[in-house]
Design a protein around this ligand. Structure first.
Ligand SMILES: NC(=O)c1ccc[n+]([C@@H]2O[C@H](COP(=O)([O-])OP(=O)(O)OC[C@H]3O[C@@H](n4cnc5c(N)ncnc54)[C@H](OP(=O)(O)O)[C@@H]3O)[C@@H](O)[C@H]2O)c1
Length: 254
């Protein structure tokens, strides 16, 4: 096990520099917004082929962030990390089953858009770039509730593997494991997630009313903005270094 050096935490005068991957997503968007609001020098990575590139880039620039359209390849990502010299790297990207379906329909290879290739492959690529730095940044990884050893679901299994790589590397890390990330402000309507969150939040409200406050906090859904604020709070705190953050932790001091 390497050292995972945790520096710069809890020092309010320290000037952080953040690099966000998956910036065009629901959570990533709020991360860029809230980081810049806090005065953190922020870089937002947008994949060159993203359908959101032309609409999101000016929004990020208006927030005060710098935008990178670096290609997704080993050299490009390594060079981006080397040139930005971030102290915090946020990895909040991932595909969905509906995206995979569209890719297959359009004749794309099922591997290139899989959880293995995107959720694991691209995140691992960012992590290797961080590991190559002399002063590795803190790697803040958006994982998921339910991730554990031996899981057979591909979505959770690739996250467990990525989490293990973080623990085995030298870069300091913060792993965040939320439940449903959803809200009426999500641009893309996801019926399954919204319906699932509404049912479980309803049942949990009842549990909370009956005294199960902690259970409610553990499983309730979270919006992109609430998640981004929680992630930033833990990323800037020494207590969040080399720690797995659950939904309960995200609500703490929020
Ligand atoms: N939704 C939930 O309930 C939930 C719960 C726990 C964990 N998570 C995980 O948390 C992460 C963020 O969630 P979210 O809801 O904020 O995500 P989201 O809105 O779906 O955004 C996903 C991000 O990943 C990027 N991405 C997708 N496919 C890509 C590809 N092939 N190559 C490069 N970039 C790609 C997207 O970029 P483009 O804009 O360019 O497509 C976008 O920036 C995901 O990994 C998700 O699986 C989600």
């Amino acid at each position: 096990m390497l050292s995972h050096k945790c520096t710069n935490g809890n020092d309010s005068t320290f000037q952080h520099r953040a690099l966000v991957f998956g910036a065009t997503g629901y959570t990533g968007n709020y991360l860029v917004k809230r980081l810049t609001e806090r005065g953190v020098e922020t870089y937002a990575h947008i994949r060159p082929g993203s359908s959101k590139a032309s609409s999101q880039a000016p929004v990020f620039e208006e927030f005060g962030a710098k935008v990178s359209l670096e290609d997704w390849n080993e050299e490009g990502i390594r060079e981006l990390v080397r040139s930005v010299q971030p102290t915090l790297v946020f990895a909040v990207l991932g595909t969905t089953r509906s995206r995979m379906k569209v890719l297959r329909k359009n004749g794309g290879s099922s591997h290139s858009g899989s959880y293995e290739a995107v959720d694991y492959g691209l995140t691992a690529m960012i992590h290797r770039a961080c590991e190559a730095m002399e002063d590795s940044p803190r790697f803040i990884y958006l994982s998921s509730m339910g991730v554990k050893a031996g899981t057979r679901m591909p979505y959770l299994a690739v996250r467990w593997r990525m989490e293990q790589e973080l623990r085995d590397g030298k870069s300091p890390w913060t792993i965040v494991r939320p439940g449903f990330i959803t809200g009426s402000d999500r641009e893309e309507f996801r019926f399954g997630e919204r319906a699932g969150a509404m049912v479980s939040d309803g049942l949990l409200a009842l549990t909370g009313w009956m005294g199960g406050r902690r259970t409610r906090q553990k499983y309730r859904s979270i919006t992109g903005d609430e998640l981004a604020k929680g992630m930033i709070r833990w990323a800037l705190s020494k207590d969040g270094c080399n720690k797995v953050i659950t939904t309960v932790d995200l609500w703490e001091n929020s």
